[in-house]
Design a protein around this ligand. Structure first.
Ligand SMILES: [Zn+2]
Length: 119
């Protein structure tokens, strides 16, 4: 039946760790996961631009981790990202790398960031 085929198609895959309404958002999440040494890929980014309009949620850009064993770690990173979204960006005092607020340490050289109040 067509209905069950659709259900199978939309079945949640645990490796899909993020779905965002814009490619920019999804690409940012992908970058953060790559920096955390979690292999992952963007999906639906080309489909989205081909549509040229706001897509249905099923067609939104998605971030998939390549290895199912990384799913838990990826979700933890994304929780940190959410928490850090309200924190200001900072510049690494050791190497000058520009870092977004969610990073507590420089991903380039490992130096600790400026002290700040934790939410
Ligand atoms: Zn640094």
């Amino acid at each position: 039946m067509a209905l069950s085929a659709r259900a199978v198609q939309l079945k949640a895959d645990p490796r899909c760790v993020f779905r965002g309404s814009t490619v920019v958002e999804a690409a940012h999440v992908r970058n953060v996961l790559v920096h955390a040494a979690i292999p992952c890929e963007l999906r639906n980014d080309q489909l989205w631009s081909a549509l040229g309009e706001i897509p249905l949620p099923e067609a939104w850009p998605q971030v998939w981790v390549e290895d199912e064993r990384d799913v838990e770690r990826a979700r933890a990173v994304l929780r940190e990202l959410e928490r850090g979204a309200r924190m200001p960006a900072w510049t690494c005092p050791a190497c000058g790398e520009w870092l977004e607020g969610q990073f507590t340490h420089c991903w380039q050289c490992g130096a600790a960031g400026p002290p700040r109040a934790r939410a």
